[in-house]
Design a protein around this ligand. Sequence first.
Ligand code: SF4
Length: 370
Amino acid sequence: MDFYQVFQQYTWDEIRESIYQKTPQDVIRALQKSGKRDLEDFKALISPAATGFLEEMAQLSHRLTQKRFGKTIQMYVPLYLSNECQNICTYCGFSFDNKIRRKTLTEEEILQEVAVLKHMGYEHVLLVTGEANQTVGVPYLQKVIRLIKPYFSQISIEIQPLDQDEYEILVAEGVHAVLVYQETYHEEDYKKHHPKGKKSNFQYRIQTPDRLGKAGIHKMGLGVLIGLEDWRVDCFFTALHLRYLEKRYWQSTYSISFPRLRPFSGGLEPKVEMSDKELVQLICAYRIFDEEVELSISTRENEIFRDNIIKLGITSMSAGSKTNPGGYVVEPESLEQFEISDERSPQAIASVIQAQGYEAVWKNWDRLLQ
Ligand code: SF4
């Protein structure tokens, strides 16, 4: 049984109703529980009933995070390789129907971008592409990974979902982590947001982490795009997916991101707004639910929010990011995938982290140890 079959045993509306029916007593029970929390606890922690317990949740999340991860925040940076994409996604600036100039970095241009990232101090890089198999398929990625491997201790990718044998090739090349966001677990509305291209295949996408687990990936990143649907229900399914994967592919580690829909050229307005307080609630809920999972926050969020979230459960942060191919030096003016909110330099972010008594970690993994 793969996750799609597990997923089909649930209905969106029933899950939604059961989250909204949770009471303050359910929240207290989840907070006071010793040992691993279950999915009913998670529902209580993300429910409206938990909004009155934010302080208790924040304190517990802080303690659990420090116990498992110490006072550290891992630093990473995205490197956008291409904005070519065959998919139509209603929320993305790179969507096929968006009339922008398309660009895929050459090897020479990649090395120019890498030089800037190295100057910033980065050891962990996240390669990002659109979904265009002809230009940025596995052979292109293999070439890029071989090219930049000498410069980074950890290479992660956020690219089109692949078959298991293709992931095996990339794992053998040294890819450390693959991020593949489901965007939404609302199957019907998923199709509305992805009307054209390979990404419109909901089943193939939701089965991607299973293929990654079988391919032996070291780490996978999950998440949904917050704003497309009711975030509480979408995040319940993310937690369900996480727990399923952890049991099944226990050799892998996991991370979760919680991107909120950001403005972009020709952009979609969020269907459901999530407030800053609700995002804090969600981050704490994930941590209390799962003490092992890494929680990542990007520059989509603003400075004040990012500064205040450092102690509450986060384990990794990007900084100084550009979300356009060539954005660091080659073609800074090209269209971004979405607007950055926190534009401070990596060193400025590292200082903020240090001022809170935490260490900004640039390297926590060495390929020689693999
Ligand atoms: S979200 Fe990804 S797949 Fe969709 S249009 Fe943007 S780059 Fe392409």
